[in-house]
Design a protein. Structure first.
Length: 366
């Protein structure tokens, strides 16, 4: 076997005269119309069409090869066992541009929860070796006259990936998840992120789900305006859920221009709910996040964690929820940004060991 043929077989492609044949492990192929290659598996020009071909009651993986190219669409994964396998981690790109304060096709503002490029609403989703991106340029937007700003309720929030109601056992491996604000929204079910790159600047990993991050790079982008401070996580973990986000053996890095000490590990998000006596911050949401054995660059603030506002029962929209009132912790931090953080707990070695992947993901065998 030649070196070239070894590579094509390893990539899951069997090259025949004039035909690029997907091996049986692929059930569908996503490719651009200008891609001249032919495949033995059915081909689609949109990911939505490929997902529609999957069984609504599937019990085995429906594997979609995402070839090199930029595929611009909003996609809903509403079938179980949909697996996306990229031909190139940086060259197979699922992207869309939507931000909370921009006008959607229906004439209304998008609002944060409608912005994701990819919604997952079914169990056993998996993705490997590709990029999921929201193309909205938040930094450029905030630096231009009259641009959208984070302090505006309809601002530059732009989600790349949302794990929505119905998602469970989602597994992402070697995937780049890119945006500027509110990048990753694991809001439901259990999820595992392995050797992924997650990029953003402001609450860029947030939500109520249970997520374990293993050997991931969490990269902060600069915030020269509105305000300078950045935040890695903003969890809204339910109080009856023992774990929210746990980061193990991850690297907290920074893009050039990110100021020293300007990024907090996180702040606690308390969404509002409707009660008989009004609508206000729901006390059932008590954030949980732990960073265990993580390397941190010097952009991490020496306080570690900080407060976040919510609407109080008295109607005060600036009631502050403090890190000490929730479940924020770290253990074994190292690197230029590691410190005896002034806020949040330091776990004991036994407590850190107890936050392993099986415990966090409630027995899911991964």
């Amino acid at each position: 076997m030649t070196m070239v043929s070894r590579r094509t077989v390893a990539a899951g492609l069997l090259l025949l005269p004039g035909v690029a044949s997907a091996t049986p492990r692929y059930d569908a192929v996503l490719k651009r119309p200008d891609d001249p290659r032919r495949f033995s598996a059915p081909t689609y020009e949109t990911l939505s069409a490929a997902v529609a071909a999957a069984s609504a009651n599937g019990t085995r993986p429906f594997r979609i090869l995402v070839t090199k190219g930029v595929f611009d669409e909003q996609v809903v994964i509403d079938k179980p066992f949909v697996h996306l396998i990229g031909e190139s981690r940086t060259g197979s790109i699922i992207t869309h541009l939507a931000a909370s304060g921009l006008t959607a096709p229906d004439g209304k503002r998008w609002g944060t929860f409608r912005t994701p490029t990819l919604f997952v609403r079914a169990p056993d989703f998996a993705a490997r070796n590709l990029t999921i991106r929201n193309a909205f340029d938040g930094l450029a937007e905030m630096t231009k006259p009259g641009g959208l700003h984070s302090h505006d309720g309809g601002g530059p929030q732009a989600v790349a990936l949302m794990l929505d109601k119905g998602s469970d056992r989602a597994r992402l491996t070697e995937v780049d998840i890119l945006s500027y604000q509110d990048t990753l929204f694991p809001d439901a079910g259990r999820s595992l992120f392995e050797r992924c790159l997650i990029v953003g600047s402001y609450d860029f990993i947030f939500g109520a789900g249970r997520a374990f991050f293993r050997e991931c790079e969490i990269r902060s982008l600069p915030r020269p305006v509105d305000p300078v401070d950045g935040y890695v996580v903003a969890p809204s973990t339910p109080i009856d859920q023992p774990f929210g986000f746990v980061f193990k053996d991850c690297k907290l890095t920074k893009a050039p221009g990110t100021a020293k000490g300007s990024v907090y590990l996180g702040r606690p998000w308390r969404p509002s709910s409707q009660f008989p006596d009004g609508r206000y911050g729901d006390p059932r949401f008590v954030a949980q996040t732990a960073f265990i054995d993580c390397w941190m660059d010097d952009h991490v603030a020496p306080e570690g964690w900080t407060e976040m506002w919510y609407t109080g029962k008295d109607g005060n929209p600036r009631t502050m929820l403090q890190p000490e009132e929730v479940r924020f912790s770290q253990y074994g931090s190292r690197g230029p940004g590691a410190a005896a953080f002034r806020r949040g707990r330091t776990l004991s070695a036994a407590e850190a060991r107890a936050m392993d992947v099986r415990a966090v993901l409630d027995g899911w065998a991964v």
